[in-house]
Design a protein around this ligand. Sequence first.
Ligand SMILES: Cc1cc2nc3c(=O)[nH]c(=O)nc-3n(C[C@H](O)[C@H](O)[C@H](O)COP(=O)(O)OP(=O)(O)OC[C@H]3O[C@@H](n4cnc5c(N)ncnc54)[C@H](O)[C@@H]3O)c2cc1C
Length: 301
Amino acid sequence: MEKIIIVGAGPAGISAALYAARGNMDPLVVDNGIGALEKAEKIENYYGLECLLSGRELYERGLAQARRLGVRILNAQVLGIGGFDTFEVKTTKGSFEAESVILATGGKRSTPSIPGIRELEGRGVSYCAVCDAFFYRGKEVAVLGHSDFALHEAEELVNLASGVTIYTDGMEPEFSREHPIAVNTMKIQAIEGEGRVEGIRLQSDMMMQEEGQEQASFMPTDGVFVALGTAGSSEIARQMGAELTEKGHIKVDEKMESTIPGLFAAGDCTGGLLQVAKAVYEGCQAGISAIQYVRRRGKES
Ligand SMILES: Cc1cc2nc3c(=O)[nH]c(=O)nc-3n(C[C@H](O)[C@H](O)[C@H](O)COP(=O)(O)OP(=O)(O)OC[C@H]3O[C@@H](n4cnc5c(N)ncnc54)[C@H](O)[C@@H]3O)c2cc1C
């Protein structure tokens, strides 16, 4: 079993990993490639930067620094975290058990701009299959997404719902394994319903649309689960039952511990100032707190 798993290798995740490694915890970092730093053309307001660095250069330096201290970095996507007493971190490259987890997955994902989705949030539009699947037992549901995260959410629903379809909204499916779940790749025009979700309107024939004869078909469904791209911090935390703030960030105390013992969070995923300096500080605190948590646990057992 791992002592500490860190999800994310941005400034927060790497900072946590450096402290955890120095604390002899041999941390495992799971990372899915560059995060917010990808868009940062030049960084000049972080301590010690004698010359301008691009966000990508900073990210790569962070990875190299962590590797130099012996930190193991697994290039994979975390799909969800479960478990009781210890944590089971489910990734695209298998599941790993850990005594403690630090979420450092960066900022919140933006809601897709599909008409109807915002208006019907909480009224049939959900962002968490584990949390809400029960309300859809015996009902028809849709999962919005095209990657392993969407597949993971769909698999949470199949045992309860009467039918599950993954809608990719025109994207090519990118599932890393075979599965029996129905997939619809058409573009979505809108999520529709009077007061709650009643169905998905598809742009059924792009050719006809180009010819000016737009046609749409309506797919009745009782619920739409949004699982676009990769699982973000709030999706993972929500699945686990950790409290979020009103703005949807992970709620943490001054030790960066969430409302679940042993689950810590750091960086953009906790909200507030979205800056490298703040992510590095929180990663440092989360790393130290996770070390203390693992040591305390060891003494108690
Ligand atoms: C355009 C732009 C310019 C900026 N300029 C500056 C600046 O000049 N100065 C400054 O201080 N800050 C700047 N920032 C902000 C800064 O980039 C962020 O505050 C900082 O990167 C946050 O660090 P983080 O570790 O919390 O998240 P991120 O850097 O976003 O890292 C998150 C990591 O989590 C990983 N991850 C996410 N989901 C999963 C998953 N499901 N499984 C596995 N891994 C996952 C990602 O792959 C990524 O590596 C800028 C941001 C932007 C967008």
